[in-house]
Design a protein around this ligand. Structure first.
Ligand code: PMV
Length: 313
């Protein structure tokens, strides 16, 4: 018996870092996907094959002893096997760049939870999301769950620490041009640097949080009206706040400048210090924006919002 599921990647459109201190953020799913195929096998083992390597182990190993980025899959398979004397074979295919803030690990957890749990019974999206967040905690203990949520339900959503997630019902038709700095970053260490920035000047940081909150409220209105020009201006404004808290660098600044030349606005997405930036475009300036990056040999691609979220076959 085989089961297949696919989940989209994500970007943070507004509010990264400030979200850690209670400000609302806006995220969306994008049309880059990971597909997981799971299959019951006779041997009592868990076998995972992916484009970043393989992992094959017998069930019931301590999760903390597994040193592999594939361990969320092992966790899910082991949990759902429930000591039955069979095994699970998992095959992962991904077109999401790894470790650059596009939610590749959350997408793995969501598609993995869906494909594996459906081998045993029909599981609801809500249950799949809970399983996915549990699996994600094996690699990032303090996850807010926002990434897994947007990968499961697709579309755009707002999130804040106190009230959780809420889907935004508008379906804007923009294209995002994503450019990858190919600089590795550690979310944990950039978050720590921002904490130091905050502790050095609580007043400046609190003013920035207030500005970001206001900006996000304005964006929610602009999304309803599909006002792409003003949305672009808000992206540029958000980038200024990210510059102030020190998560940018020379390479990212150069990329943002290139992005801003022809698009409506560009900013870092995610933790910063490396990773990706995006530029907001529509049909009128998509190609020109892509060409600007290509002319300077940057690794870039365009995406649209994915409204489907998790898909099962
Ligand atoms: O780059 P990512 O996708 O790991 O985004 C991190 C987002 C932060 O706001 C910096 C941290 C967080 O937990 O929200």
């Amino acid at each position: 018996m085989k089961s297949k599921a696919s989940s989209p990647a994500k970007v943070i459109l507004f509010g990264e870092h400030f979200v850690v201190y209670g400000v609302k953020a806006i995220l969306c799913a994008i049309n880059k996907r990971i597909t997981v195929t799971a299959e019951i096998i006779k041997e009592n083992k868990i076998s995972i094959k992916s484009n970043i390597g393989n992992l094959e182990l017998e069930p019931n190993k301590e999760i903390s002893e597994i040193n592999s980025p594939l361990k969320p899959f092992y966790y899910l398979a082991n949990k759902l096997l429930e000591d039955q004397n069979i095994g699970i074979k998992i095959d992962v295919k991904s077109d999401i760049p790894l470790g650059v803030g596009l939610g590749s690990s959350s997408a793995c957890c969501v598609a993995g939870a869906a494909a594996i749990s459906r081998l045993f019974n029909k599981t609801s999206k809500k249950e799949i999301l809970e399983l996915a967040i549990e699996a994600e905690r094996t690699i990032f203990e303090n996850t807010s769950g926002a990434d897994c949520t947007v990968c499961t339900y697709g579309g755009i959503m707002e999130y804040d620490k106190r009230n959780g997630f809420s889907k935004i019902e508008s379906e804007p038709n923009f294209h995002l041009v994503i450019a990858n700095s190919n600089m590795e970053h550690s979310t944990k260490s950039v978050v720590k640097d921002v904490k130091q920035f905050k502790e050095k000047d609580e007043n400046i940081f609190s003013t920035l949080c207030n500005k970001e909150s206001k900006l996000v409220e304005d964006v929610l209105e602009l999304l309803k009206d599909n006002n792409i020009v003003e949305l672009g201006n808000k992206i540029t404004e958000n980038q200024e706040y990210l510059e102030t808290i020190g998560i940018s660098n020379e390479k990212l600044r150069k990329m943002i400048q290139i992005g801003q030349n022809k698009s409506f606005g560009a900013k870092i997405t995610g933790a910063g210090g490396g990773g990706c930036i995006f530029a907001l475009t529509d049909e009128s300036n998509l190609r020109q924006t892509m060409n600007q990056f290509k002319d300077e040999n940057y690794d870039c691609f365009s995406v649209k919002i994915d409204f489907k979220g998790l898909d099962t076959f």
